[in-house]
Design a binder for this molecule. Structure first.
Ligand code: SF4
Ligand code: SF4
Length: 288
């Protein structure tokens, strides 16, 4: 049976990607690895996959002015609720980053000078890394529908897993609890929530666990760098106990995790004998 483990975090910077990288590079591991943090994909920097296919992702539409038809009447600017249209050097221009693609300007332009063009700069890449296959999406700045791109990445992972006979998909989710995260966990069989001992992380963890109440998925929480504040770590343990969520691991702070990343390795590759590496392997065995 295909297992799909989503590693999520309500807050950025908790170490979610470092832990995912370690899972992906354990000895004898063979996974399809998905980097679903499409706004800031970075796992490929460590995994260095050999890209075999790059596919265009149509993120939406942007308004474009045909200056052969434009009479510079300014009507479009008055209707744009996203302040994407401005007057610059004698003509009206549309800022493609600000344009939401709502099409209102196209409808109100008396000269029919505005049309919608597809946003086609974002990409989904797939290829081979040292412990299996990898898929990741990269959304260009200002492009939208990150949840749709995440769904596309996950669909590609399933296709590859089936073709290659791989039974585990490992998903590095974006931080937060937005639609891209929901897209990351929908259909997953297991979810690991990574947090750290700070009050802001604990607040985000609470919101994340509320989100997960809607899903019938095997789930667990790991407190990363727990020894930076034992008192907050204890509060997180109490929070999880009150919600019936298992703490599947407590990882101590270790400078070597950073050293490993700087050298494009996961901690289990850099120092397999470290306490952090052993704890991560233990977490994998519990959550999967
Ligand atoms: S409404 Fe049409 S004609 Fe008027 S400034 Fe905008 S694009 Fe040009
Ligand atoms: S499509 Fe909508 S957001 Fe984009 S420029 Fe036109 S009115 Fe503004």
């Amino acid at each position: 049976m295909l297992k799909e483990l989503a590693v999520i975090s309500g807050k950025g910077g908790t170490g979610k990607s470092s832990i995912t990288a370690a899972f992906a590079t354990m000895v004898n591991q063979n996974v399809v690895l998905a980097d679903c943090d499409v706004d800031a994909a970075n796992l490929h920097i460590i995994m260095e996959p050999e890209i075999e296919l790059s596919e265009v992702y149509i993120a939406g539409e942007k308004a474009v002015i045909d200056y052969d038809k434009c009479s510079s009447c300014g009507v479009c600017q008055g209707y744009c609720r996203f302040n994407a249209i401005s007057f610059f050097e004698g003509r009206y221009i549309i800022d493609e980053i600000s344009c939401d693609g709502c099409k209102l300007c196209e409808k109100v332009c008396p000269s029919h000078a505005i049309s919608m063009e597809k946003s086609d700069k974002s990409r989904m890449h797939s290829g081979t890394f040292r412990n299996g296959k990898m898929v990741y999406g990269r959304l260009e700045p200002g492009e939208e529908n990150s949840g749709k791109l995440v769904a596309m990445v996950r669909s590609k992972c399933r296709e590859i897993a089936k073709k290659e006979g791989i039974d585990t998909i490992l998903i590095d989710s974006p931080p937060g609890i937005g639609c891209a995260v929901i897209s990351s966990i929908s259909g997953a069989t297991n979810v690991l929530v990574v947090t750290e001992p700070s009050l802001s992380a604990m607040s985000d963890l609470d919101r994340t666990l509320q989100l997960l109440e809607n899903y019938n998925i095997k789930k667990g929480v790991v407190i990363n760098k727990y020894d930076l504040s034992q008192s907050v770590a204890d509060k997180i343990i109490n929070l999880c106990e009150s919600k019936g969520i298992e703490i599947v691991g407590m990882i101590p702070f270790d400078r070597e995790v950073v050293d490993a990343m700087v050298n494009r390795k996961s901690i289990v590759e850099w120092n397999p004998a470290s306490i952090v590496s052993k704890e991560i392997i233990s977490i994998w065995n519990k959550i999967i």
